[in-house]
Structures are given as structure tokens and as C-alpha cells.
Design a protein. Sequence first.
Length: 226
Amino acid sequence: ITIDDIKEDGKLIMATNAEFPPYEYHEGSEITGFDVEMAQAIADEIGVPLQIEDMAFDSVVASVQSGKAHIAAAGLTVDEKRKKSIDFSDPYTTATQVIIVKEGSEITDVAGLVGKKIGTQIGTTGATYAEDIEDATVERYNKGADAVLDLINGKVDAVVIDDQPAKKFVEKNEGIVVLDEALTVEDYAIGIPKNSPELVELVNKVISDMKADGRYDALIAKYIDN
Ligand code: GLN
């Protein structure tokens, strides 16, 4: 797609799964978060309003691939498999996969996940990682928060999810902790339909402008726990 296509559509359509604090989440009737503000800056640069399409995470890439959405802003990890269906902007942040357990759990590191029941969010890099753990049973949820609820209820032994949402879920719930170990290191980037070089260039410019003029640091300060 071209910038003119987006202008003709009269809005920048962003695909996301708004269950992923602090990147995208519901606040009252609004969807907000780090990615939402970034996408708003992209929409501003093009000169159109932002329209957020909230969907299951495992539909986000397909939605951009088919051109139904113009961009994906979804804490979306750059990976080789996804690169076959969509392009990515420059990375705008890094993340890790981490393990959440109940306080006092016998699971204290990744080795402890062998043979265990692991809650994950459907279609994520965390789910893919968990599938490779020996003898583990992987439970897939539409919302990370529901995986965390099942951890608290004892239906799963651990949850594998991205580090920042993990911190938010642990802050919101008593009796669960994030283990120190990072299972992976990943880059987040904006997903863009293939054959859209102009849009890739514009998104990369917005990311570098935001880093240069302090807007990026302001978003980090507002949303990200270090
Ligand atoms: N970063 C992970 C992925 O891309 C999870 C993203 C998410 O759940 N929104 O698979």
C-alpha cells in the first residue's frame, strides 16, 4: 500500500490485541498504551485519524497481510516466520520472554518448566517457546490476563509471556512473581503490508524523529517499568 491509499481510506487502520499492557490495553472505554501513542504519531505524520481494530492476537499479522489493516502495533516481535507474510519497521524496543509463577513455587528457572502446565497467549512467541519445552503441556489463552487467572487458580503451573505485560499482571495480582531469567531477547517493530516501501520509510522516520525529539523518552517514562 502507499501513503495515498491510506489518505484515500481517510484513516490509518491499526491492528492490535488490546490485552497487552503497557503497550495496548483498555482504560474505560478507550484503548491506550505505548503502541497506541506511537501509531497516533504515525497517523499524525500522514495527516489522518487513527482507527484501532482490536482483535485476537493470532489475527493481527493476517490482517496486515491482507491489507485490511495498514499497520500492526501490537508488541509484535520481529521473527522470520512473520517476515514471510509482512514487513517490519525498524525495531522500536526490545523485550524478553519471562516466567510468572506463584510465590513459593518449586519452579525457579526455565529448567523447572519441564513436564509442567504452561499458560501462554495464543499465537505468540511465548507460546512457540513453551511448545519446545520437554514434556510440557501448553495451554493457550486469548488474553494473557486469563492465563494469569488460571495460574492463580492453580490450573497452570506457570505463565510464559513478554516481560512488560508480566510486570503489569504481577502488580495487579497478589501472590505471583516474575522470575529473573529471560528466556529470549526480542525486538518489537511495527508490522507493515509487503510492497509498501513508502510506508516503511515513513514509519521509520516517525520512530527516529520521536527518538530524536524526546517523544520516545516521554513514552518510556510514561509506560515502561525498568
Ligand atoms: N511479543 C509477542 C509476539 O509477538 C507477544 C505480543 C502480544 O501478545 N501482543 O508474539
